[in-house]
Design a protein around this ligand. Structure first.
Ligand SMILES: [Fe+2]
Length: 232
C-alpha cells in the first residue's frame, strides 16, 4: 500500500492518502480545501486515481476538501450517516467497509467529539492502522463541548471500541499540536493522560473541566463543511 501522512500547518490537521499499488486507486481521509492543489499534484506524481474522499466528522477548525476534490476528480465523497452535509455521494455507518482497490477500511462509529465522529481501521498482520479522527489524539482526545459532543459517548468510544484494538495498532490522529506523528494503542493506553481515569464519571469530570476557547474558524467552517467546503 502507498501511504502518505499530510499536514495542514494552519489548523494542525493531518490528512491521509492511501493508495492501492495494484489498481492505482486511492482514498483521502480528512483532506483540507487549501491543500487541494498539492493533493492533486501528489496523486498525479504517484500515478494514483482518487476514488474516494472521506471526513471522519464535521470539522470546526478547517474547511474540508471533499467538494473541491469531487469537482476536480469526480471522486465519491462520504461521511457518516449522522452528518448534516447535504452534498455527499453516500454515507457510511458502523460496521461498513470502505473499499478502494484492495484496501478495505473498517468503519467504526465513535461518537463523542461530535455526534458524527467515525474512525477507520485497516487490519494488517503486522499490526493494523487506525485513523482515529479527533476521537483519540496522541496523548489527548478531541474536545466534547460542542457539535453535539458528549464526554460520556466519547468514553464509550475510547474504552469499548478503540482501546479494544490490538496494542500494536498504529494510531494516526486527525490533528496534532505538539509534533507527534503516530502512536499505538498500547502506548496511548499507558501514556495518554485522558485514558488514566478510573471510570466514565471521572472522564466526564475531566472533560468538563477543560474550558477551551472556540476554534477561530468555527463559525465559518461548520456551515461550509455542511456543504462539502463551499463558502457562501
Ligand atoms: Fe474535530
Amino acid at each position: 500500500m502507498i501511504f502518505r501522512q499530510l499536514f495542514d500547518r494552519e489548523s494542525s490537521t493531518y490528512s491521509y492518502l492511501l493508495g492501492d499499488e495494484r489498481t492505482r486507486e486511492a482514498l483521502l481521509i480528512d483532506p483540507v480545501v487549501d491543500s487541494t492543489e498539492q493533493n492533486l499534484a501528489l496523486l498525479e506524481q504517484l500515478g494514483l486515481t482518487l476514488k474516494l474522499a472521506v471526513d471522519t466528522h464535521t470539522h470546526a477548525d478547517h474547511i474540508t476538501g471533499l467538494g473541491a476534490l469531487r469537482e476536480r476528480t469526480g471522486c465519491a465523497t462520504m461521511m457518516g450517516s449522522q452528518s448534516l452535509a447535504n452534498c455527499l455521494s453516500e454515507t457510511f455507518a458502523d460496521g461498513d467497509q470502505l473499499t478502494v482497490g484492495d484496501i478495505k477500511l473498517e468503519v467504526l462509529y465513535t461518537p463523542g467529539h461530535t455526534d458524527d465522529s467515525y474512525s477507520f481501521y485497516l487490519p494488517r498482520t503486522d499490526g493494523g492502522m487506525l485513523f482515529s479522527g479527533d476521537t483519540l489524539l496522541i496523548r489527548g482526545s478531541g474536545r466534547t463541548d460542542f457539535q453535539n459532543g458528549s464526554a460520556e459517548q466519547q468514553y464509550q468510544s475510547l474504552f469499548n471500541r478503540l482501546l479494544q484494538l490490538p496494542e500494536n495498532t498504529a494510531v494516526y490522529p486527525g490533528h496534532d499540536y505538539k509534533g507527534w506523528l503516530v502512536s499505538s494503542i498500547g502506548e496511548e493506553k499507558r501514556h495518554n493522560p485522558r485514558l488514566q481515569v478510573a471510570d466514565q464519571h471521572a472522564y466526564i469530570s475531566l472533560m468538563s473541566a477543560l474550558k477551551l476557547p472556540n476554534p477561530k474558524l468555527m463559525d465559518i467552517a461548520v456551515p461550509a463543511n455542511q456543504s462539502c467546503g463551499a463558502v457562501s
